[in-house]
Design a protein around this ligand. Sequence first.
Ligand SMILES: Nc1ncnc2c1ncn2[C@@H]1O[C@H](COP(=O)(O)OP(=O)(O)OP(=O)(O)O)[C@@H](O)[C@H]1O
Length: 534
Amino acid sequence: MAVACSSSWISIATVSTVVIRIPQHMQRRIENAKELRGKKKIPTIRAGKLLIQSKNTEHNQSAGYAFGKFEQTTLSSKGWKHNKSFGDYFIINNTKSVAPFITERQQEESVKEGKAIEFGQLHINKELVQTLNMANITHPTTVQLQTIPKVLKGNNILCAAETGSGKTLSYLLPIVHKLQLDKSSEDYIENTRTLGCLIVVPSRELAEQVASVSRFLCAPFHMLTKTVGGGRGIGPIKTVFRKGPADILVATPGALIKALRRRYLDLSTLSFLVVDEADTMFDPSFSGMLESILLQTNIARAPSETKGPGSKAQLLVVGATFPGGVAEVLAQVTDLGSMVTVKSKNLHLLMPHVKQTFLKVKGCDKLLELQQVLKELQHETRGEEVGAGVVVFCNKASTVNWLGYALDELRVKHLRLQGEMPSAVRTGIFRSFQKGTVDLLICTDIASRGLDTSRVRLVVNYDCPESHTDYIHRAGRVGRAGGVEEGEVLSFVTHPWDVELVQAIETSARRRSALPGMKSAISKPKAVVEESQE
Ligand SMILES: Nc1ncnc2c1ncn2[C@@H]1O[C@H](COP(=O)(O)OP(=O)(O)OP(=O)(O)O)[C@@H](O)[C@H]1O
C-alpha cells in the first residue's frame, strides 16, 4: 500500500512523490480490525414489526429480536448528553394490543365461547357480582384471579402487580364480601357498627377514588365508607368521627395519625388493614407514620387468627412497584413467612401495549412541542366522545404553575394539580378531570400514584421523571384495564442528567428486562411466591 502526499508550497517542477510504505504485519492488523468491526455490528432487524424505531434507522430493532443479558446493546440515546443530539428521537412501539393483565380467558373470543372465568366463580356474594356487572366489569383480571381467593382464605398478602391491572377491586371485593358475611352472621348485634377495614393511601385524591369504589360495592349491604384526609386542620377530621365509626375507612397517613393521637378511632377491632401504593407509603416521608399505624393494629400471624372471637386483622400490602425496606418494617408486625406474595410476571417491565416516545428537545422548545402534540391529538380524536384525555407531568409545583400560565396565554383549557395548592382549591380538581369536564391535566407526581385515568390517551412527561419508579407510575396512567385503548407516552428529554434514566429505559426495552434497581425486595422474606399465570 502506498500513500501519496503533496504540499502546495512545493513548486510543481520540483515535486517528487513521497511514498510511505506500510509493513505487511501492520496491514494485516488493519484488515483484521475492519473485519472485527463488521462482525460486531449486530443485525437487529428482522421481518415484522419494529420494537425500537429510531431517527437513525441503524438503531432500529425488530420486535422479533431481543438482546441477551450480557450482550452489549446499541442505544439510540447513546450520544444524547451531547448538544448536537437535540431533535433526535426514538420510539418503543407497542408489541401487544391487549394488556398482559387481561387474561387470555378474559379476551373476547373466550367470552364468546363461554370459557372465560367470571366473578361469580370466585365464590363472591351474588349481589356483589351483580353490582360489578352493572359497571360492565364481568371477568376478573389476572391479579384479581390470583388475589381474591387468597384474601378470602384469610392470608396476609403482598400484592405486586402492574399499574392499571385492577388491584383496587382485587382487595376491596373480598373485603366487602367478608364484612357483609360478618354482618349477616347470627353473632352480629344490630346497630353496633365497628371499624372493620382501614385502607391507607398516600393522597386525598386517591382516598376519594378508593372510597367511591368502596361505596359502590357496599351499597347493597348498607355498609358505610368514610374518608379522612389532611391539609384542612383538625376540625374536618373530628367531624368525620363525631357520628361514629364507618365499616370501611380510607385515610391518608397524616390525618389518620392525628385522629389516633386524639383517640377518635380504635384500630383494635380491625379485620383488615390495607396499605395501598406501597412504594410511596414505605417511602421515608410516610414510613414513620405507617410504622406507627401498623404497630397499633393487631395483625394476624396466620389465617386461623383471623377467625372467631378475638380475631386479628388481615394485612394486605398492595403496589405496582416495591422499594427495599418493606420487609424490615413488616417483620416488626407480622410473621413474614406467613405472608403470601402475589407477584405479576410483568412487574417492573415496560408496558408492552403502550407506545412510548422519547424526544431530545431544548428546554425552550418544549412548550411548542407540547402545543403541537395537543393539536395533533385534537385533530385525531375530533368527533370522538372519549379518549382525548391528556396528562402532562412536571417535576415541580412551580413548573405546573408556569406551564399553566403559558397555556392560559395560548388559550388552552386545562386543569392544574400540585401538592402546594391550598386544599380548598385542590378539592374536586381530579374528579372534574376524570368526569371529562376538561381534557388536559397539568400536574406533579401526586397524580401519578394510583389515580384512575381510564379516559387518558396520552401521558406527556414535560419534565423527564427523576426515577424509574416515577416513570412506571406516570406511564401507568394509560393502558389501564377497561380504559382507552392505544394509549401513548411522550417524554421530553432535555438535560444531560435525564439521559441516564432514558438509557436505562431503552436498555430494558431492548432486552425486555425489568428496569434496573427495581428488583422487588418482596422476595427477600421467606414468603410463598406465586407468580401469576398468564
Ligand atoms: N376485571 C375488570 N374488568 C374491567 N375493568 C376493570 C376490571 N378490574 C378493574 N377494572 C378497571 O380498571 C381500572 C384500573 O383499576 P385500578 O385503579 O384498581 O388499577 P390499579 O392496579 O390499582 O392501578 P394503579 O397501580 O395505577 O393504582 C379501573 O377503572 C377499574 O374500574
